[in-house]
Design a protein around this ligand. Structure first.
Ligand SMILES: Cc1cc2nc3c(=O)[nH]c(=O)nc-3n(C[C@H](O)[C@H](O)[C@H](O)COP(=O)(O)O)c2cc1C
Length: 454
């Protein structure tokens, strides 16, 4: 079952969804839903009860089915790349490393015929997510662009305010590779060609969440994971090859020296990003596969945070294993700001060394770091806090770094949030004194073999 799902990870998103549907892993909403808040409210509510994707087959004012919460599950992300539990960071960082060595002949140009249809932005679902959002937004739009100098493709994300059939107003942070491309294109007075991929294959989605050095091509992560070439097709107007298995492609160019009003928008951090001067993506063409599915995600929800947690964790893991021994695994939860590291403690002060490394890795986001021993579940914050509170003095196992600035607060201004490190490990060499209780056989029990009703 897992292998089947993995095999579909580089195909059409709808095929991946169909595989989950067959496994009874998808919630289906067949009655008509209003894209103005009602759809988002259902996404939010359903995520409080389950991590299943939710599929809306009848959304008002559009013929497109809408799916949400495809990526809101750690175990689905692991299955997509074929990793074991506790093994996401190691597995994905090995793929990232190996992909850097792939030669450039990793794509397979599909030269039609395509089952493509084309139309206008007004035909796509216009979903308004949070109460004070400035309007309907594309929230799961993967943006594909090429480095204006080297031509290396990059995958990332931008929220897109759906303004009219001519323009999308977007938010491109200057720390993103895309922000770097845009600024360089603009300094030459040039537009930046950008294809928005809505409903790309799951592995393209994961590659877009991943940050690699700017000279590396993120599309190669897909080829490296599957061992197969990535099917691509040409655009109608852009000099870009887009993944052929994408449900919807919006061809745009970001206009140089043009700014447009964008936001307020309910962001990942649980606050509204205020109105600001965003960028203008001029729409040149919109095409979709026949019977395409639209993918939308609720910012700040499980589907937004789970892949970002995994990718932030992998980034910290990659740096840690280069510099420090005894690193077992890393998780970022419950927010991007807290990195939890599992170590096989090798010396007194090991945890503090880990904390300093983590703070340096991602200075915009790594504000808190908790370090635990090898017997603690880093995916369960209760377990992590238990280790801190139950394994030593709580007043002597913190590291405070005052007045260090972080990224941006919800008003978009720099602020000095400082850093906190929490050493939740037992004293070096004494872990056996902290032996945990276990129930023999628990791990091997399959509840289905015992329960008749549940
Ligand atoms: C669902 C989602 C939405 C995002 N939206 C934005 C956005 O609107 N603007 C932005 O600058 N970054 C956004 N990001 C963050 C970056 O796109 C993301 O970190 C990406 O991996 C950066 O890629 P890069 O390292 O190749 O630049 C978003 C990330 C996700 C997962």
């Amino acid at each position: 079952m897992a292998a089947e799902t993995t095999n579909r990870a580089d195909g059409l998103m709808r095929d991946y969804l169909a595989a989950l549907f067959d496994q009874k892993q998808v919630s289906l909403v067949e009655r008509q839903v209003d894209p103005h808040f009602e759809l988002a409210a259902l996404v939010a509510k359903s995520q409080k009860h389950s991590d299943r994707p939710i599929l809306f087959s009848n959304v008002k004012n559009t013929s497109f089915p809408v799916v949400s919460n495809i990526y809101g599950s750690e175990s689905r992300l692991r299955t997509l790349i074929g990793a074991e539990r506790d093994g996401f960071c190691q597995h994905w960082s090995n793929i990232v490393k190996a992909a850097a060595q792939l030669d450039d002949d990793y794509t397979n140009l599909i030269d039609g015929p395509y089952d493509l249809e084309s139309g206008k932005l007004s035909e796509l679902p216009h979903i308004t997510w949070h109460e004070k959002d400035a309007g309907p937004y594309i929230t799961a739009g993967i943006v594909l662009a090429k480095d204006p100098d080297t031509g290396i493709p990059n995958l990332s994300f931008s929220r897109g305010m759906m303004v009219n059939n001519r323009e999308i107003h977007c938010c491109i942070d200057s720390v993103q590779d895309l922000g770097n491309y845009r600024a360089r294109a603009e300094s030459n007075g040039q537009p930046l060609e950008v294809a928005w991929l809505i409903g790309a294959s799951p592995l393209i989605f994961l590659a877009a969440c991943t940050s690699v050095p700017i000279e590396q091509d993120e599309m190669k992560l897909v080829a490296q994971t599957t061992g197969k070439k990535v099917n691509v097709r040409p655009c109608k107007y852009l000099d870009l090859l887009v993944p052929a298995e994408t449900e919807i492609v919006i061809e745009t160019r970001i206009l140089p020296n043009q700014r447009r009003t964008e936001a307020p928008f309910g962001e990942f951090n649980g606050y509204y990003c205020p109105q600001n001067q965003g960028f203008a993506a001029e729409i040149l063409d919109i095409s979709w596969r026949k019977n395409a599915y639209f993918h939308g995600l609720l910012c700040g929800s499980r589907e937004d945070m789970t892949p970002m947690h995994a990718m932030f964790a992998m980034r910290a893991y990659r740096n840690l294993i280069n510099d420090i021994p005894g690193i077992i695994d890393v998780a970022c939860n419950t927010t991007l700001y807290c990195t939890v590291v599992k170590i096989d403690k090798q010396f007194e002060g090991h945890a503090q060394q880990v904390m300093l490394n983590v703070f340096a890795t991602n200075p915009h986001y790594n504000l808190a770091c908790m370090v635990v021993d090898k017997d603690v579940d880093i995916y369960d914050l209760n377990d992590v806090w238990w280790a801190y509170l139950a394994r030593g003095p709580i007043d002597k196992r913190t590291l405070l770094v005052n007045n260090v600035p972080s990224g941006y607060d919800y008003r978009g201004e720099h602020f000095h949030s400082g850093r906190i490190g929490i050493d939740a490990t037992a004293p070096y060499g004494r872990l056996e004194e902290f032996e945990r209780t276990t129930v023999p056989g628990e791990d091997d029990i399959d509840l289905d073999d015992y329960l008749t009703q549940y």
